[in-house]
Design a binder for this molecule. Structure first.
Ligand code: ZN
Length: 137
């Protein structure tokens, strides 16, 4: 079930960016609990109106851009009553949250969100290929 839902999310991505600003990266897994992923994405977009889209990676492969509006369209058809308490209880991964990574270069502000993290193998900043991303404290 979760796998089908994840592919639905992937179907809502675009191959070309429709935004002008930068888009943060979300690294997800195809077997992820999509309910939890949706909660994280809704929270992410809810935190700032300037967040127009994310770049979605699944299992390390680039999938596409997921504009905010596509996510909300997806939520509208798949999750009825998204702003009710339905999201308060998420079976399976009660403590799950995406780990936020940031570039150490001042002013870069590039963000990356990952579901699992190997601290010995942190990703590099896409803007600064010689900089290892750091876990946001
Ligand atoms: Zn950077």
């Amino acid at each position: 079930m979760a796998k089908i839902m994840m592919s639905k999310l992937m179907e809502n991505t675009l191959q070309k960016s429709t935004i002008h600003g930068k888009a943060d990266i979300f690294m997800l897994h195809s077997h992820a609990d999509v309910d939890v992923v949706m909660k994280e994405l809704i929270k992410y977009f809810g935190e700032s109106d300037e967040r127009e889209a994310i770049r979605l990676y699944v299992d390390g492969k680039y999938v596409g851009f997921l504009p905010r509006i596509n996510l909300y369209g997806f939520v509208g058809t798949t999750y009825k009553g998204v702003d009710t308490s339905g999201y308060a209880v998420l079976p399976g991964s009660p403590n799950f949250h995406c780990i936020e990574l940031q570039c150490p270069v001042g002013g870069c502000q590039f963000k990356m969100f990952v579901m699992h993290l190997d601290e010995d193998d942190l990703p590099m900043c896409p803007v600064h290929p010689d900089q290892t991303m750091e876990i946001k404290k």
